[in-house]
Design a protein. Structure first.
Length: 244
């Protein structure tokens, strides 16, 4: 993939001319001047149906999850989608998801190729690389909705609870759970199940983290170009519990 234009079939390398680079930058500026448009090959939108307002993007996710829960997911024409996406992408939503193998956002929202821009890490927390990835999605790809997606019975949050109590963790796990312990501390003051509360608090804290991430995401939120929301995936039936 070319690091300059994002085209998976190209690699301009150091020989890429300054003139062509300036043309690319100018094209990006033109695309960004149009709401919902990103940086696409030949100025075309790979999936026109993905050009959505934040509100319509969220509604599409909710309808897709409803189909998934009811077992009536749409069939995907992957051959046609691959062909349409050769020159670029315009995912309508970005998902910060746990790396848990039981949670698959593409299935949970009944979406196809090129629909979701997904960042995954155990514990679904936002750090610099994930934030930068979403900056790219909203600024250059036209993504208008970001979702922090936790799930019940999360092992990473459970490990953070153990660590907060003084338990020892092997390898690099202590560094990972450091990002989740603030949610655990907040949840300890709440009534009810600590793990379930910590999972929800972890989602809420990372929604706020993305909303206030400067300079790009916070500005897009303030200008109402994007929306950031949170939800918890239920392993039992696949339903998303949306958090206010």
């Amino acid at each position: 993939m070319c690091a300059i234009c994002g085209n998976p079939s190209l690699n301009h390398g150091p020989a890429y001319s300054r003139r062509n680079f300036l043309k690319l930058v100018g094209g990006a500026g033109l695309a960004l001047a149009t709401p919902g448009r990103g940086l696409f090959a030949a100025g075309e939108t790979p999936k026109p149906q993905n050009v959505l307002s934040p509100e319509l993007a969220l509604e599409r996710l909710k309808k897709g999850n409803k189909r998934y829960v009811e077992g009536i997911s749409k069939g995907q024409d992957f051959a046609s989608e691959r062909k349409a996406l050769i020159g670029g992408q315009n995912p309508f939503a970005g998902i910060l998801s746990c790396a848990d193998s039981r949670v698959a956002p593409e299935y949970a929202f009944d979406t196809g190729l090129g629909d979701l821009f997904i960042v995954r890490v155990a514990g679904n927390f936002a750090e610099v690389d994930g934030i930068a990835s979403f900056e790219y999605a909203v600024k250059f790809l036209g993504t208008t909705l970001l979702v922090v997606l936790g799930h019940d019975k999360c092992g990473a949050v459970s490990a953070a609870i153990d660590a907060e109590k003084g338990g020892a963790l092997p390898g690099h796990l202590p560094e990972l759970v450091e990002h989740i312990i603030p949610a655990v501390k907040t949840a300890k003051s709440e009534s009810g199940d600590l793990l379930a509360n910590a999972i929800r608090e972890n989602v809420r804290l990372n929604v706020e983290h993305l909303k206030t991430a400067s300079p790009i995401l916070s500005r897009y939120v303030d200008e109402k170009k994007i929306m950031v929301v949170g939800g918890v995936y239920k392993l039992g039936d696949g339903r998303i519990e949306w958090l206010g």
